[in-house]
Write a protein that binds this ligand. Structure first.
Ligand SMILES: Nc1nc2c(c(=O)[nH]1)N[C@@H](CNc1ccc(C(=O)N[C@@H](CCC(=O)N[C@@H](CCC(=O)N[C@@H](CCC(=O)O)C(=O)O)C(=O)O)C(=O)O)cc1)CN2
Ligand SMILES: [Zn+2]
Length: 796
């Protein structure tokens, strides 16, 4: 059957980084927040960024209408839908204007909170290190077409007022089903209410938006429905399927598309994208589901997901955007095999309609940096193995050309890609025999410590801590002064000796502060760390780090994920001198601070030529040696952070057991070298822990600190029910806001925890590290934490 809608271009990407190649948006947003610039300044910077991005992508070859995604956001794409719908929780209702519109300033307030109004909760976006804001939807939450920002951004680029090149973009939005499945029920909603109950209202608002986009001349719109690739949302496939059918009947069937000859267009052609995984699983067939709707195009992730083979009813009338280029990792693709995949899909009998195949990325490019050309300091060999966002755009364009015009048209590009793959496979450091030999020789005993009872007794004798010991999670405020010193050192303007002295001074004042406050187990404060993963990667063999490789983590916050390209080993101790220095300043125990193997992998770009579990073992052994060295330096408490344990949990239930086995094992390998009298802590945050409760116990740490304040210690009884019976430090206050917790509220939470589990196991600490906080609130919050703990201790 002929495809009657306007052709989706041969090449496209599902989204592009929006923070700017030199973090222009981060800087503009943060200076607006700080009151240094006006709203008009911010809007102007954002408009320039959208314009230069759209024209840049056109220049890279996404040069047909609808090829360039309109994927800008001031903060978060889920919050953008909240703003689109005017669906703000009651506590922000007074900030909306006519028709429920949320002005930009108020949009930021919903994201960040203000005074007694807490922000929307933030949580992981699928299995990435991106975090979205969780909408709160109740039966009475306003839902309508409240804001036409999407339409204005389309028009501004299609009809630019600067006389420059117009670009007809494809607006990108989180789809209605995924939006509601990621929402939580608003406070006060009846027990049986679920956000998905509001589907019809949400879809009606999207329908209005689609009409407005059609009127503005948009040929295409992209609706992202990654909810279809995960089993982790706790909703059975049949319910998701029913919601998808309802939503896309209303949007695709009931509205007439741009190509109906007799009717004015009521909507653009619709591309539904299913990034991050496989649409097909034991739970159900999401591809057949989408193929059965009247949408014009489906984007599938062919990096994580299987390539469809054989006919899928309905698919022959649609465009398939084949996501063969990885949007989530930085390796240059082997174009030869990718092109073979595309050729097979284009062949008769594949089930894909003739001429209806488009080449795309598996996910938005939000998760990768802009351009390898911005990394002059990377080894040239390594650089030639990489593809950041702009290189990936070139890859999809090359593949589309190869598909349309034949291999000969792109022969040079194919040869370059093959040569890069060969050079990578043979490069020194990719396979290091000593590292392979060490992991190959591991036995089950290497992951076992002495029984907990024996450890607990040895640690009690050595540490002599009071009941309800107090501690912090590791970092103290990373002030502008600290970062400035590091920046000067990196630029060569501060000597090694001066930088070390500055960090030591910071450590000394952090130790003094903790002694003054009366904390029981101290930390050095981590001033020397730019980031809890990058800091380790900079010192380990097998990793490379970048200068400009920033990737948005949430809002204006960015990270530079290291590139794990080779076998990992530790050429020298990583943390010992800083920790030992702190310990030399006090008679209290100082807790050494390491980042665990799973988190190091989760927040790096990992190699694709070795199973993740094998790489995890290599990292674990490097950390094991560090634990040894800390012990030898007299450190009695070592914390190994695993905040990303939940993040890497596979989206499909069938893959969980394997993941949990290697992740838990690698943590145990990292820590099991510790003697019984060394107290091993771990720390987890940023997550719903439900699905990993068993794994938390499996880590076998002596003390586990977890984020818990927002959920009022819920995790403590859950862990106790699961049989966890070692030390537990449920966070007693949220560190994401400057708000100082009162003595009363901390007292209440500590009391709650001590009722839910044996009080002898309870530790008192904040939810997470204090690096994003300022000094004044940190001091006061910790003072209140200590006072509250003393109050509860007196009642034991
Ligand atoms: N990798 C990672 N992932 C994580 C987390 C994390 O801590 N690390 N935490 C969770 C939440 N995510 C977060 C991600 C980033 C930040 C964050 O604060 N990022 C900082 C940058 C941190 C950093 O890399 N700092 C470097 C470089 C800082 C910098 O920008 N320097 C300036 C100059 C600084 C100056 O002169 O003052 C520059 O290069 O322009 C350093 O301290 O050395 C930011 O966006 O501002 C916080 C939480 C989950 N994922
Ligand atoms: Zn944390």
């Amino acid at each position: 059957m002929a495809v009657t809608h306007p052709h989706l271009p041969g090449a496209t990407i599902l989204g592009y980084p929006r923070i700017g190649r030199r973090r222009e948006l981060k800087r503009a947003v943060e200076s607006f927040w700080a009151g240094r610039t006006t709203l008009d300044d911010l809007e102007a910077t954002a408009r320039d960024l959208r314009r230069s991005t759209a024209r840049h992508l056109t220049g890279l070859g996404l040069d047909t209408p609808g090829a360039v995604p309109g994927s800008f956001s001031f903060y978060d794409q889920v919050l953008d839908v909240v703003a689109l719908l005017g669906a703000v929780p009651d506590r922000f209702a007074d900030l909306t204007t006519d028709g429920g519109r949320l002005p930009l300033e108020a949009y930021f307030t919903v994201a960040r909170g203000e005074g007694d109004r807490p922000p929307l909760e933030m949580t992981k976006w699928f299995d990435t290190n991106y975090h979205y804001l969780v909408p709160e939807i109740g039966p009475d939450t306003p839902v309508g077409f409240a804001d036409d920002r999407v339409v204005r951004e389309f028009t501004e680029l299609a009809h630019p007022d600067d006389g420059g090149r117009p670009v007809v973009t494809r607006p990108v939005l989180v789809g209605p089903v995924t939006f509601l499945l990621l929402s939580k029920a608003a406070d006060g909603a009846p027990d049986d209410f679920r956000p998905l109950d509001r589907l019809d209202d949400v879809v009606a608002a999207y329908a209005e938006l689609l009409r407005a986009l059609a009127a503005a001349g948009a040929p295409w719109v992209q609706l992202d429905e990654p909810a279809l690739v995960t089993d982790l949302l706790g909703v059975p496939f049949d319910e998701v399927a029913d919601a998808v059918r309802r939503a896309y009947t209303a949007l695709a069937t009931d509205l007439s598309p741009a190509t109906e000859p007799a009717l004015p267009a009521q909507r653009p052609a619709i591309l539904v994208a299913a990034p991050y995984g496989d649409l097909r699983s034991a739970a159900g067939d999401g591809l057949a589901l989408l193929a059965g709707t009247d949408v014009e195009a489906i984007a599938v992730d062919l990096v994580r997901g299987a390539v469809p083979t054989g006919p899928v009813p309905g698919l022959e009338t649609k465009t398939l955007v084949a996501g063969v280029i990885d949007g989530h990792n930085v390796w240059r693709a082997d174009l030869d095999t990718r092109l073979a995949t595309l050729e097979a899909l284009a062949a008769p009998g594949s089930g894909v309609g003739a001429g209806a195949l488009s080449v795309g990325t598996s996910t938005s490019l939000l998760h990768v940096p802009h351009d390898t050309a911005d990394e002059p300091r990377l080894d040239a060999g390594l650089r030639s193995w990489l593809a950041f966002a702009d290189q990936k755009v070139a890859e999809v364009v090359t593949l589309a050309t190869g598909l349309a015009e034949g291999r000969a048209a792109v022969a040079d590009r194919l040869a370059e890609s093959t040569a890069a793959a060969r050079s990578r496979a043979a490069a020194p450091g990719v396979v290091v025999p000593q590292v392979r030999a060490r992991t190959a020789a591991l036995t089950a005993a290497d992951a076992e410590r002495a029984p907990y009872a024996e450890r607990a007794a040895a640690q009690r004798a050595r540490l002599d801590l009071p009941p309800l010991p107090t501690t912090t999670i590791g970092s103290f405020p990373q002030t502008a002064q600290i970062r400035g010193a590091r920046a000067a050192w990196v630029r060569g303007e501060l000597s090694d000796a001066d930088y070390t002295a500055a960090m030591r001074a910071e450590i000394a004042s952090t130790v003094a502060l903790q002694e003054e406050l009366g904390l029981d187990v101290l930390v050095h404060g981590e001033p020397e760390r730019n980031d809890m993963v990058q800091y380790f990667a900079e010192q380990l063999d097998g990793f490379a780090t970048t200068v400009n490789g920033w990737v948005q983590s949430y809002g204006s916050r960015c990270v530079r994920p290291p590139i794990l390209w080779g076998d990992v080993s530790r050429p020298a101790p990583l943390t010992v001198s800083w920790t030992a220095y702190a310990a030399s300043l006090t008679s209290k125990p100082v807790k050494g601070m390491l980042t665990g193997p799973v988190t190091i992998l989760a927040w790096s770009f990992v190699r694709d030529d070795l199973p993740l579990g094998d790489t995890a073992d290599q990292v674990a052994l490097a950390l094991r040696d560090e634990v040894d060295d800390l012990e030898a330096a007299g450190i009695a408490v070592v914390q190994v952070d695993e905040p990303a344990l939940r993040e890497l949990l596979p989206l499909r239930a069938a893959d969980h057991a394997d993941y949990l086995a290697w992740s838990v094992r690698s943590f145990r390998l990292a820590t099991a070298g510790a003697g019984p009298a060394t107290q091993v802590h771990t720390h987890l945050c940023y997550s719903e822990f439900g699905q990993v409760i068993g794994a938390i116990d499996g880590l076998d740490a002596d003390v586990t600190s977890v984020e818990a304040a927002r959920s009022r210690m819920e995790i403590v009884p859950e862990l106790a029910d699961a049989g966890y019976a070692r030390g537990i430090g449920p966070g007693v206050y949220d560190i994401h806001s400057p708000r100082v917790p009162s003595v009363e509220e901390v007292t209440e939470l500590v009391t709650l925890a001590a009722k839910a589990i044996d009080p002898a196991l309870v530790w008192v600490n904040p939810d997470c590290g204090l690096k994003t906080r300022a000094h004044a609130e940190t001091r006061q919050s910790l003072a209140n934490l200590v006072t509250a703990t003393r109050t509860v201790r007196a009642t034991l």
